[in-house]
Design a protein around this ligand. Structure first.
Ligand SMILES: [Zn+2]
Length: 107
């Protein structure tokens, strides 16, 4: 079967210390919130992981609430926008990036 529809999450929920994502291909991802935050792709946090999941970035300081999610929003049909408890909400995680975070974790 050709993969015609772009892979996308059917839902994303906070479960404990993880973000649970149910994908359109039936896979479920469980991404630790700390890992998710450290991979924040916004300009001030420094970009997204490379294809191996390695993240190189300038020093970023985290505070209380940095690894706690307040809510998660779907943005424009291509990304998720987490709102962190420290108020940080400028990171847009593309679906492709989210999936890569999970697949690297499972390898
Ligand atoms: Zn950020």
């Amino acid at each position: 079967m050709p993969d015609v529809a772009p892979l996308h999450p059917l839902r994303a929920d906070m479960i404990g210390r993880e973000l649970a994502v149910a994908w359109s291909d039936g896979r479920e991802s469980f991404i630790p919130l700390e890992k998710l935050r450290r991979a924040c792709p916004c300009a001030s946090c420094g970009g997204e992981p490379d294809v191996m999941g390695n993240i190189e970035r300038p020093h970023v300081s985290y505070g209380p609430g940095s690894f706690d999610l307040r809510e998660i929003r779907f943005v424009g049909g291509y990304a998720l926008q987490p709102v962190w408890n420290d108020g940080h909400d400028s990171g847009l995680y593309s679906f492709r990036m989210l999936r890569a975070l999970d697949e690297n974790a499972a390898a």
